[in-house]
Design a protein around this ligand. Structure first.
Ligand SMILES: [Zn+2]
Ligand SMILES: [Zn+2]
Length: 150
């Protein structure tokens, strides 16, 4: 069974069907239309340590953040939005990006615009396929960095 993009309703490409190794390795569903990425709790566990995942999920459960007008592609719950700040290896903080999270099933949705804001400019290529891959790599990299939920 496939999932639909919460932004534009396009069918999400499942990691198994993806020809891009980064997506398969991360277990990320992605949207070919808007380049958004869905990280399910299962996939997140392979990418993020369980402690970190729980920390992220709890911040959506407790005081919640603001409800956003998108439904979780996995379980149809209203997703919520929080700001998340990653700390670079040199100790400086990146600009906060918006992270949409599902308070029920602990999946996360990344809008491409948010990832573009924190992906390294030297990799900010212009052609579509490469860009999606670059952003997936940026996502993978981000999750090895310390973060704080605002
Ligand atoms: Zn989309
Ligand atoms: Zn959900």
């Amino acid at each position: 069974m496939g999932y639909a993009c919460p932004r534009d309703g396009s069918a999400l490409v499942s990691p198994e069907d993806s020809d891009r190794s980064t997506f398969s390795r991360l277990g990320v569903h992605h949207c070919d239309a808007c380049s958004g990425m869905l990280l399910s709790a299962d996939a997140a566990l392979s990418t993020i340590s369980q402690d970190r995942l729980h920390q992220m999920h709890e911040s959506f459960e407790q005081d919640g953040g603001a409800e956003v007008d998108i439904d979780c592609p996995l379980c149809d719950s209203h997703m919520r939005v929080r700001k998340i700040v990653f700390t670079r290896l040199d100790g400086t903080e990146m600009d906060p990006i918006e992270l949409d999270g599902c308070p029920t099933c602990a999946s996360f949705w990344f809008d491409v615009g948010e990832l573009q804001r924190v992906s390294p400019p030297e990799n900010g290529g212009s052609n579509g396929g490469t860009e999606a891959k670059t952003l997936a790599i940026a996502l993978e990299f981000l999750f090895h960095l310390p973060f704080a939920i605002l």
